[in-house]
Ligand binder design. Structure first.
Ligand code: ATP
Ligand code: MG
Length: 366
């Protein structure tokens, strides 16, 4: 798949998602490591306490035996028992105080780690926002420039096309046109038309990126629109030797759409079908009502599109392999136009093993 520039919004979403996933992972690892460290510390303290217990018990047993040997009085023995109870109480208190100190220290440590992590993450986020703002600025000024140049190019192309059309028509001084001159004039006209389309696509991309696609909606018949598109494309199909057939609904299907924009989508699909179908192949068109939608389909018997490319070809500059006959903009623009109208567009394998491109649009409410 040859895709020069994936949508930067998608790329940013991916970065954000992986950053969040990375942070979740760090948090989980940190919690796990801290829990393990605490368990280790607790185990050491517990072992030391058990050892101290054992030593104390042995010492007391020894003292008891010595007291018995020297024959201590019951009063002396009671005093010793009391002293031991006092010593045990004091030790328990000390332990409780030590445990509280440990708890406070651990909490302080945990907070310090979290604060450090937060500072580091805030710095990363800030860096990311600054970097993105800078990138947006660069893209915006590039798109502004592209927009300005495209408008100028259009004006110049208009002049060239006008001059070329004069070469193909008789002038007041000559009744006929020299055939060679006429051919050159027509070639210039075709070149100018192609350039005009490309400049139009670039202008559309700039408008789409800026979220400024203007729709001039009105009530239009889907069947009529498709018939118009067929009429203007028929000569190109005839010239290449690709059969073009239509299956259009008998009754009008009214939509509330920008007529020229939808015509542009149909033209993009038709030009793709023609481009990727060899002479002798077939292209068929279908327009039908489907409950509250109208569905347009352009099916060809051409080279086809493998399922793994069915999504990426709708991206900006997305071509399955580099094809100098186009720039990978037609389907991107078409998708934006269809979606701006609340419809869907997709491709699949056609019955004849080529490509079937479909798009739907809501029909106008009565
Ligand atoms: N009917 C089709 N059959 C086979 N491949 C297709 C068909 N339609 C589109 N593709 C593939 O999808 C790519 C993108 O199509 P898209 O219309 O966006 O761009 P393009 O035709 O290459 O250039 P542009 O439309 O800008 O002139 C094509 O380059 C081609 O690889
Ligand atoms: Mg195309």
């Amino acid at each position: 798949m040859d895709s020069k520039e994936p949508g930067h919004i998608e790329a940013r979403d991916q970065t954000d998602a992986s950053l969040l996933a990375e942070r979740d992972k760090t948090d989980a690892e940190l919690a796990q490591r801290e829990a393990a460290a605490r368990a280790d510390e607790d185990e050491v303290v517990e072992a030391a306490r058990e050892r101290a217990h054992e030593v104390l018990d042995t010492a007391r047993e020894q003292a008891d035996q010595e007291l018995e040997a020297i024959g201590a009085t019951p009063r002396e023995q009671r005093r010793i028992v009391d002293m031991r109870a006092d010593a045990d109480d004091a030790r328990d208190e000390e332990r409780a105080a030590a445990e509280e100190t440990l708890r406070i220290e651990r909490e302080a440590h945990r907070r310090a780690v979290l604060a450090l992590l937060r500072i580091e993450r805030e710095a990363t986020d800030e860096g990311l926002v600054i970097e993105r703002a800078r990138a947006d600025q660069v893209i915006a000024s590039r798109d502004d420039f592209l927009g300005m140049v495209s408008h100028d190019l259009r004006d110049i192309l208009g002049t060239i096309a006008l001059a070329a059309s004069m070469l193909t028509q008789p002038t007041t001084t000559s009744a006929s046109v020299d055939p060679a001159t006429k051919l050159i004039g027509q070639r210039i006209q075709r070149g100018a038309a192609r350039m005009n389309r490309l400049v139009g696509d670039l202008l559309d991309v700039v408008a789409l990126e800026a979220g400024e696609l203007q729709l001039t909606r009105g009530r239009h018949d889907a069947v009529r629109l498709m018939a118009d598109a067929v009429e203007s494309y028929m000569p190109s199909f005839l010239a290449k030797g690709v059969q073009l057939s239509t299956e259009l609904a008998a009754n009008a299907i009214v939509m509330d759409v920008d007529h020229d924009r939808i015509l542009q989508v149909v033209a993009n699909l038709l030009s793709n079908a023609l481009k990727f179908t060899d002479p002798g192949g077939r292209v068929s068109l279908l327009v039908e009502r489907q409950s509250t939608d109208v569905r347009f389909s352009v099916s060809d018997s051409g080279v086809g599109i493998a399922p793994e490319h069915a999504t990426a070809i709708f991206e900006r500059f997305g071509q399955i392999k580099r094809d100098p006959r186009g720039h990978g903009l037609g389907l991107y623009i078409s998708k934006c136009i269809v979606e701006a109208h609340g419809g869907k567009i997709w491709v699949e394998r056609s019955v004849e093993g080529g490509t079937a491109a479909h798009f739907t649009l809501p029909t106008a409410s009565a």
